[in-house]
Structures are given as C-alpha cells and as structure tokens.
Design a protein. Structure first.
Length: 193
C-alpha cells in the first residue's frame, strides 16, 4: 500500500514524520488535558511536520491534515464506550504481541503509522484463547460479567478485570472527608455499650 509521506497545502509540501512512535506521542499529547488546546495543536504540528510546520502560516490546515493522518484517513467516530486499549499504557503488551505474531521487534523498527495500525488490527485474536497477549487483555477488559451466573466466578473475573484495567479509566477511590471520619468514629463508639 502507498502510505502518505507528505502533506500538501496548495503548492507547499510538508514531509510527515511517519514513524509510529511519533504518532503515538501525538495521540498522547492530544489527550493530555494538562496542556492547553493551542499548545497541544502546536506540539502535534511540530512532532509530525517539524520546524517547517511550526514556522509556517498553514498551522490550521496542517492540524487538519494531522488529524486525518493520525486517524489513518478514516472518519473519527465518537463513542461513549471507554477504550479497551491505550497505546502508551499497553505498549509492553503491544511489543510482545508484535514479536509473537509477526517476529517484529518494535523498538528496532520504524514502521509507518498506517502500517502499524494495519498490523495492530491483524494481531491474533480468538474466543478460544489462541491469541496474542494484548488481545487476551482486551478481551478480559471487555468481558461482560452478566454472562457469568456463578457469583464466585464473577468475582474472580471482576478482580482480574480490575488488575488489567486502564489506569486512566479506573474509578478513583474517594477519601472520606474529615466530617465523614468523625461521624464514623462517633457511630462506632456508640456501638460499644
């Protein structure tokens, strides 16, 4: 397949840094809410198009080209479902899966972002357990506990899901307020007759 290597705006050509690791960094930056919107956009432009992109007057158009490039030319679908994979958090699983399925050592490769995604979509996956480690984890994350009637088995699967849950989507345990602590203490003291 002929993967894009340049962005063209009118008669100006901007080479794209096509390495999949750069695209993963772009996705990480784009999701980082601690960075302002304009800074995120500039960071993505810089990562993909370098100094030339950063110094150009085509930033708005380059950002649109970057979005299209990062989505592998597909229309982005917005979903309320939480993702079952994160490129950064699951990178070790991705590396292991690429090595076991394709014999590719990702740290030694400079795969084009689009080729990387095609290979991601082709990783072994089977309901019968014969699949790469990444997809075993993804399948566990997506497993519907309603399908399990045995409470002990359901609890076992729930604990396993908690162990492999993506950190940014884990529910945070709320610490009790000082007033709640005092109220609890008072309640337990009242029980001691």
């Amino acid at each position: 397949m002929n993967y894009p290597k340049y962005a063209k705006i009118e008669d100006r050509i901007y080479p794209i840094n096509t390495d999949f690791k750069v695209a993963i960094k772009c996705n990480e930056v784009a999701q980082d809410e601690t960075i302002g919107d304009s800074e995120r956009g500039l960071a993505v432009i810089y990562l993909l198009f370098g100094e030339k992109g950063l110094k150009s007057n085509d930033k708005k158009e380059l950002l649109e080209k970057a979005k299209k490039y990062l989505s592998c030319g597909q229309e982005l679908e917005h979903s309320n479902e939480k993702p079952d994979m994160d490129y950064v958090e699951d990178y070790a699983l991705i590396k292991t899966s690429f090595r076991s399925d394709y014999g590719i050592k990702l740290d030694e490769e400079n795969l084009h972002w689009w080729e990387f995604n095609e290979l991601m979509n082709g990783l072994s996956n089977s309901e019968f357990g014969d699949c790469c480690v990444l997809n075993r984890v993804r399948n566990l994350r997506n497993y519907d506990l309603k399908d399990i009637s045995d409470p002990k088995e359901r609890q076992k699967i729930r604990k396993a899901q908690e162990q492999v849950a993506l950190k940014k989507y884990k529910p945070k345990k709320k610490q009790p307020t000082e007033q709640q602590r005092r109220s609890a203490e008072k309640f337990y003291q009242s029980l001691k007759l």
